[in-house]
Design a protein around this ligand. Structure first.
Ligand code: C2O
Ligand code: CU
Ligand code: CU
Length: 528
């Protein structure tokens, strides 16, 4: 069952940039089809059945300018049956839903609720007896936001983990003149890295445990009924297992996305060379930050420069994952954490490296804690469902419980993420980008007994790599992570959730409403 593949055999593919069908003055129009096809993840592995956008895993990259109004028609041409084990017991209403459903969310984007890819806004391939009778949706992305690398992925209620694992994810890059003027490494020296993990059966098919069929657990996987997530044993970058990339003796910009279901990566270069982190989820940082280790959780992005100019040609450098477990937490090393991500092979430079990494990248005005009108607490709660599987909740509510958060458009709020548990949860909020104030250790035993939060230490400032705009943040166990965010410009319903997809599906996700500002009460003297 567990197939072992040789690392560094296949070259790193670069997802192609999608061409719009139309690009005129006030609108750019794309069409993207979701299809089933076969994809070879490694040259020693038989082709694997996958689902992908435009027949590609990962999907093609969409590249737009800041402010370029873009529409995408997302067309579902997937089959009627899922090839991965759909668990109809996961949601109360799951029995009424067609097995194959999809909806596309642009992660990190500022969009109207109608175009956000709300989990309940799923649709089918159109041939279903139940569910909506249409097979496509057109979504509008105004791109009125800072340049950043976003990503689009499936967000269908209850099966996001399966649809993303099957291959439904791709990159979306917003650019502008100011960023180009910085003269960072660009063109063929700017390389996206979409990191995922998968497991394969020996016939090449994707392995994913069924959460219902616990009679017959595969021998080398933990009991799926007690697995609170799924981590694969093979690391995939841009659709290839442990690939290699030839790099010239010069600077490269790597735009890294962790598109894994639950796995965190503690990235390090095996020659001890540092990364220069220049950006995070919401675009460039204020200043570059040099570090030899970066932990990237599911859905997080980091924008890195690596300088290979002083490496002799012929050098090989491995990008390592030094996390001991999928969650990068816990004492027992996990046997399925391989330790490698990909390899760089240094070759001679073909031309002068004229790119730069300026000391000032972009301005990040700090949001003022005292401007917040409201503080909300979000707790991460773990319990079990009636099948004795882990059930993950936020504030002890499941997804189907009604809205409890209704921030006012334009107002600033502080959200305290209370994690009394044992694992890190990558917490994501739709519609907005936020900033991280700090993380404060608290007494989890007291909290478990009384619900009272007693801080036990000084607030810890976010790392320099977390001081830009973020849309996903690692909520550490034993800490209260404090975020500050301003809602708007749109009103309506969105979701916030844990981005471990197994948690999100069962049920660490909640709806919230951004509401219009209420008019101040009219005073009597004004009435005349
Ligand atoms: Cu990347 Cu609501 O998701
Ligand atoms: Cu999102
Ligand atoms: Cu979680």
């Amino acid at each position: 069952m567990r197939i072992s593949l040789r690392p560094f055999v296949d070259p790193l593919p670069i997802p192609r940039v999608l061409q719009p069908l139309e690009r005129c003055k006030d609108k750019t129009y794309y069409e993207v089809r979701m299809k089933e096809f076969f994809h070879q993840f490694h040259s020693q592995l038989p082709p694997t059945r996958v689902w992908g956008y435009e027949g590609q895993v990962p999907g093609p990259t969409i590249e737009v300018e800041e402010g370029e109004c873009t529409q995408v028609l997302w067309i579902n041409e997937l089959p009627d049956k899922h090839f991965l084990p759909v668990d109809r017991t996961l949601h109360g209403s799951g029995h009424d839903m067609p097995e194959v459903r999809t909806v596309v969310h642009l992660h990190g984007a500022s969009v109207e609720p109608e175009s956000d890819g709300y989990p309940d806004a799923w649709y089918t391939n159109g041939f279903k007896k139940c569910g909506p009778r249409f097979s496509q949706k057109v979504y509008t992305y105004p791109n009125k936001q800072r340049p950043a690398m976003l990503w689009y992925h499936d967000h269908a209620l209850g099966i996001t983990r399966l649809n993303v694992y099957a291959g439904l994810a791709g990159l979306y890059i917003i650019r502008n003149e100011a960023e180009r003027a910085l003269n960072l490494p660009s063109g063929i020296y700017e390389i996206p890295l979409v990191i995922q993990d998968k497991s394969f059966n020996s016939d090449g098919s994707l392995f994913y445990p069924s959460t219902v069929d616990v009679q017959d657990p595969p021998p080398d996987f933990p009991d799926p009924s007690i697995t609170p997530g799924f981590a694969g044993n093979t690391i995939i970058v841009n659709g290839k297992a442990w690939p290699y990339l030839e790099v010239e003796q010069r600077k490269y910009r790597f735009r890294v996305l962790n598109a894994s279901n639950e796995r965190f990566y503690r990235m390090k270069l095996d020659n001890g060379q540092p990364f220069i982190q220049i950006g995070s989820d919401g675009g460039l940082l204020q200043r570059p930050y040099t570090t030899d280790e970066i932990v990237i959780g599911p859905a997080e992005r980091c924008d890195l420069v690596i300088d290979f100019s002083s490496q002799p040609a012929g050098t090989t450098i491995t990008l390592l994952n030094t996390a001991r477990t999928p969650f990068d937490f816990g004492a027992e090393p996990d046997p399925f954490t391989d330790g490698r991500i990909m390899q760089f092979r240094v070759i001679e430079r073909t031309s002068e490296d004229t790119s730069t990494v300026p000391q000032f990248l972009s301005s990040i005005p700090r949001m003022d804690e005292f401007a917040a009108t409201r503080t909300r607490d979000i707790s991460f709660d773990v319990t079990t469902d009636r099948y004795n599987r882990f059930l993950f909740l936020l504030n002890n509510h499941d997804y189907m419980d009604g809205v409890t958060e209704d921030p006012v458009v334009g107002e600033t709020e502080i959200w305290r993420l209370i994690n009394p548990g044992l694992g890190v949860h990558p917490f994501h909020v739709h519609q907005i980008q936020f900033q991280v104030l700090d993380r404060i250790p608290f007494d989890t035993a007291l909290y478990a007994q009384t619900g009272y939060i007693r801080y036990t230490g000084e607030p810890e400032l976010p790392s320099p790599g977390e001081r830009g705009w973020k849309d996903t943040i690692q909520a550490y166990p034993g800490y209260v992570t404090r975020l500050i965010m301003r809602f708007g410009p749109y009103t309506g319903r969105y979701v916030y959730h844990c981005h471990i997809l197994e948690h999100e599906d069962h049920d660490m996700m909640r709806p919230f409403d951004v509401v219009a500002r209420k008019c101040p009460p009219v005073r009597d003297e004004c009435k005349k």
